[in-house]
Design a protein around this ligand. Sequence first.
Ligand code: GLU
Length: 519
Amino acid sequence: MVRELFQSFKKDANGCISRNEIIDRLRQAGITPDDPRLGHLWAGQDASDTTGEQLLDLAGFTKLCHRNEDLLARAITGELVIPDFASFTADITEIYDSLLPDKRGKVADYIPQLRRVPPDQFAIAVCTVDGQRFTIGDVGVNFCVQSVCKPINYCLTLEGHGADVVHRHVGREPSGLGFNELSVNGNGLPHNPMINSGAIMSCSLIEPSLDIADRFDYVADTWRQLAGGSPIGFNNAVYLSERQTADRNFALGYFMREHGAFPVGTNLIQTLEFYFQCCSVELNGAALSSVASTLANGGVVPLSGDRVFSTDTVQKCLSLMSSCGMYDYSGEFAFTIGLPAKSGVSGALMLVVPQVMGIAIWSPRLDSLGNSVRGIEFCKQLVAKYNFHVYDSLVGDDQGSKRDPRLKKNQSAIEGTMRLLWSASKGDLDGVRACVASGVMPSSSDYDGRTALHLAASEGHIDVVAYLLQQGAELAAVDRWGGTPLSDAEKGCHTQVGKALKRATDSEAASTGAGKQTA
Ligand code: GLU
């Protein structure tokens, strides 16, 4: 494989390839220079090379590939999950540009630290399950995660205790109420882990035997791992403000304690403070996209290959993000967007496209339900372009123009044509019908100009020929050797097919002639 990869690059007079060309090809595939998996590739140029362009022979290239051959090979041969990454990122850029002028909504103002955030900042960051990355806008600016900490904390509780124990303390139904409503379910438990009461409960369950400082370190370390190497911060001013203005969260804590919802031995004040600390974790858009991509990837960080959560944990977390992650817009979000997501009052939104990518959107202006205005609009435009809604797989080709970015360029057209030609040549009428029904054009041709009608005619499959004629397949199609369906039938001595094609040609000529006369 390494030899074939090497051959695909331009060579100089000595048969060497340029490291810069490798880097360019990787960049096009979405593998960026700060990718921690390929640090050795970008590191230092050869000092003896005055052109600044290090050249590699096959042995040098083999050595380079040694550490991560699979990733290099898949990137170079266009086998990553979004093969045409450039087109995909062009679409993301277009959506970003279209949303920049949108100034609707207001920043959260319950604490001064959020009230003071410049409201027009906007960042989008994408990280696929193969670690292809794209960022646009204010992606280097840190923001606090706020409620986006809730799914991560829920994952930590599942990892620590298993779902049975966790759900003795927290439900898993949407509440139908505001995110900080003073309410418990019929069992006296918080409704789910994605609202404040449930998130406070999660905090009571995370490493309860550890010292409070070590419990926070544990959470921060988890964020660090999920971020795939991007830095993670803590906003102390946000934490202090949250603590000072936390009457409702304290009320929720006491209310749940009154119902006996907490694990035995829970220190309520420490638990609440721990919750405010978790909300005050800071990161930037690029880092949050890595977190989201880890959930998309079943718990393994794409950028490091480290498993942070089990697939079982992630499956449960994504289920609750799907039903409860977007405040009082959760049902509407599940209906229109059809993807798991979690937003926070800082304007952060973490969107997960399972097995494909994680996307972070950050724009601080919020709508009346507390979701980022641009964040929601971005999600709407994304699923209008791409078939990411969980039930898009049920929608037939007749339902419009949504694209599948997991396909290679022209892949679906090529595959459709190949299926049609193959079925036609085998005389598989059902197969031909199925292709046409799924939107493949009856006259589509391969590289040599061969159509389904050519192939069915040369093999003498009269029923397929009759069907294709009825579907308006082009009679006069000429392949690269000058052959038509009729000449193919004659060459193969398929008299019946020949007759059918002649009849169709004559009647086409007659109707064209009649058309001419009328005109
Ligand atoms: N720190 C906020 C609270 O507990 C979180 C708000 C949010 O992002 O929903 O009130």
